[in-house]
Ligand binder design. Structure first.
Ligand SMILES: Nc1ncnc2c1ncn2[C@@H]1O[C@H](COP(=O)(O)OP(=O)(O)OP(=O)(O)O)[C@@H](O)[C@H]1O
Ligand SMILES: [Mg+2]
Length: 288
């Protein structure tokens, strides 16, 4: 952090048993990495207070992407009115952040909880892609926002914000046992779970669906209320996400690639980036 320069920060309290070393190792990775890419939320470090570990990260004025899109969908009476340029831009920026995570040496970082609720909004316009600035956060940490420090007020605000949050579009992560089941790939349900870039790519496929859906649904596979049924469907390769109305066909093809049952058939983030850049270029050419 630049000495003498004031910045808004978010303070996130790590909750549950994960307060122990493993979480802090992740926080360490978060801190080291976050500084390195414009599409990753910067984490400045952590501190202990009142028996809890706290993360200090850059503050996202727009909040969660899932909320931003859900609000737009609500306002527009259920229609996802995002321009396809904006959708592609969001996906490209998330992809660039993820590519950076998986490029880290000596060991790449697997996110494990990629979802629209873990993409933070720094700037946004639903019809001007140039205004989009989104960054990936949360490397599988269990935490809650307890406050923010702004350069104007210089004191803790937003106390209790986390309590007011509606838990739409997510599976609860309140306990160490609970996992984002609806975003997880088949191989992560094995006796020895296999987390890798390819399991993050599966989640990215679900995230594309969420964005095309305008984050209107309460969760992926909204018609299936039982998590057990969803898990059985993912493991048994019998579940499909419903194509949202008006979904771009190239993006829909990408969803299917990312959600290939065999992880070897899924693209890497570098491949996805090329597809999205190509799509962006085509859209710009059409614009003239
Ligand atoms: N950098 C940030 N700037 C502003 N708000 C943040 C930031 N990071 C997290 N928050 C807010 O803090 C709250 C808690 O975040 P948290 O990550 O615990 O919840 P979540 O993303 O809904 O669920 P999950 O635990 O599955 O990631 C959310 O309302 C989120 O929007
Ligand atoms: Mg989160």
């Amino acid at each position: 952090m630049d000495v003498g320069k004031k910045k808004d920060v978010a303070i996130l309290r790590l909750v549950g048993n994960s307060v122990a070393n493993s979480a802090l190792n992740e926080a360490d990775a978060f801190a080291t990495l976050g500084r390195g890419h414009e599409n990753l939320v910067t984490c400045y470090g952590w501190f202990e207070h009142d028996g809890y570990s706290h993360l200090l990260t850059e503050y996202a004025p727009g909040g969660k992407l899932s909320d931003v899109l859900n609000n737009i969908s609500g306002r527009e009476s259920g229609q996802n009115t995002l321009s396809v340029h904006v959708v592609v831009e969001i996906l490209l920026q998330v992809c660039l952040g993820m590519e950076c995570l998986h490029r880290v040496k000596p060991q790449s970082i697997v996110h494990r909880d990629l979802a629209a609720r873990n993409v933070m909004v720094f700037d946004f316009s639903k019809d001007n892609f140039k205004k989009v600035d989104v960054r990936v956060t949360d490397f599988g940490l269990s935490k809650q926002l307890i406050g923010s420090l702004s350069d104007e007020e210089g004191n803790e605000g937003d106390e209790g914000n986390a309590d007011k949050e509606k838990n739409k579009n997510k599976n609860e992560m309140d306990t160490d046992e609970s996992r984002p089941l609806r975003y997880m790939s088949p191989e992560t349900f094995q006796t020895i779970p296999q987390y890798s870039e390819k399991s993050d790519v599966w989640s990215f496929g679900v995230l594309i669906w969420e964005i095309m859906d305008g984050c209107k649904s309460w969760a992926p596979y909204p018609d299936i209320h039982s998590d057990d049924a969803v898990v059985a469907g993912i493991i048994g390769n019998s579940l499909t996400l419903k194509k949202p109305k008006g979904a771009n066909s190239k993006l829909w093809k990408l969803v299917k690639k990312c959600r290939a049952n065999n992880q070897d058939e899924r693209p890497k983030f570098a491949d996805i980036r090329l597809i999205l850049e190509d799509l962006k270029m085509n859209l710009l050419t059409k614009l003239g």
